[in-house]
Design a protein around this ligand. Structure first.
Ligand code: PLP
Length: 358
């Protein structure tokens, strides 16, 4: 029987050599690999990007809200249909998440839905690009600007997604990426904070490392003008990330081809600029039945996400839950199924998957 997992990290001998070379040297964290990874990642996004490597996407999101000084008494508009990290970051700074339902065709927030949720206490909008499908960032950035709101993009599944030539993560104040094993690119654990604004990147870089300001002083000397955390990425991870980034265009092309080959006859979630993290569709039979059948054939599938975030126990307990406010998020959570399209999926695998979907 075949074994086609939902996600499998794409690790090559080049990647292994890159990590081993760091182990042979004297610097294991906070060094030249991390700096080079930040520069190369920023260049991949575009010439206007600044990047700060972090220990995870969750850490990058936390840094974003901390740096933007969102806190108690503030409301942040967030999607009901997302990974909990998008919302946990808002909770950790003491602000109140205001959940908004998604568009049923893309799983994303729309500018109109966001605008309806704005109150005098709204300070920020935190969007997610659902399974790699970019939100309408032109419309959403216009809403943010009109109302004087900060704009944070969770791009954890959207590396490679561009709208009118601009990469996601660069439309507002902050964007965040995840390098967890099954994402587009992996450093085992890891993330990246990005922004077009140099002062924001500088502030986040300080917050990421204890609030330390070296200010060009002699080695070992530094000042600490603010509170901070340790959300750094190690040199081993950065070396792996750099090596993976060199294959990024091939990775994205293979994802796109796999997605196009599988989509025929399925009712898929999609939109312009999709970076093809997976293929999410609504089966015409009960999802559990389809999943069982696929699993029996050795085909991995997954669910994005098992509940709308406001239905998760922590949020339900804190804010209560009214299902009637999130019909599209409920429908996607309860019925949609996601199939693998990563670079590990071969042409042969695609025919096999289609056979078992029929
Ligand atoms: C995976 C994921 C995260 C969390 O990423 P970590 O790097 O594991 O912290 C956040 N948001 C979304 C949309 C994700 O898919």
């Amino acid at each position: 029987m075949r074994d086609i997992p939902f996600g499998r990290p794409w690790i090559t001998d080049e990647d292994r050599r890159a990590v081993a070379a760091v182990l042979d040297g004297p610097i294991l964290t906070h060094g030249p690999q991390g700096e080079a990874f930040e520069h190369e990642f920023a260049s991949f996004l575009g010439s206007e990007a600044h990047a700060v490597a972090t220990s995870s996407c969750m850490a990058a999101l936390h840094l974003a809200y901390l740096h933007l000084k969102i806190g108690p008494g503030d409301e942040v508009i967030v999607p009901a249909q997302t990974h909990v990290a998008t919302v946990h970051a808002v909770e950790w700074v003491g602000a109140r998440p205001v959940f908004v339902d998604c568009d049923p065709a893309s799983g994303n927030l729309s500018a109109a839905r966001i605008e309806q949720a704005i109150t005098p206490r709204t300070r920020a909008i935190g969007v997610v690009h659902f399974v790699g499908i970019p939100c309408d960032m032109t419309g959403i950035a216009a809403v943010a600007q009109r109302h004087g709101l900060k704009l944070i993009e969770d791009c954890a599944l959207a590396l490679g997604a561009r709208i009118h030539g601009r990469h996601v993560g660069l439309f507002g104040d902050a964007g965040t990426f995840s390098f967890y094993p099954v994402k587009h690119l992996t450093t085992a654990e890891g993330g990246m904070f990005v922004t077009r604004h140099r002062p924001i990147a500088d502030g986040v870089r300080r917050l990421r490392a204890f609030g330390v300001d070296r200010g060009g002083a002699a080695p070992g000397m530094y000042e600490v003008p603010s509170l901070g955390l340790n959300y750094r990425m190690s040199e081993l991870q950065a070396a792996l990330g750099r090596s993976q980034l060199r294959r990024m265009n091939e990775n994205l092309e293979r994802r796109r081809r796999n997605f196009e080959a599988l989509r025929d006859g399925l009712s898929v979630l999609d939109g312009p600029g999709n970076s093809h993290y997976c293929l999410t569709f609504e089966p015409d039979r009960p999802r559990a039945e389809v999943m069982t059948r696929l699993r029996a054939a050795g085909i991995g599938s997954s669910v994005y996400y098992p509940h709308p975030v406001p239905r998760m126990a922590y949020y339900r307990g804190k804010y209560g839950y009214d299902a009637s406010r999130y019909p599209s998020a409920e429908r996607i959570s309860d019925r949609a199924l996601s199939l693998p399209v990563g670079p590990h999926v071969t042409d042969d695998d695609l025919s096999y998957i289609k056979e078992h979907l029929a």
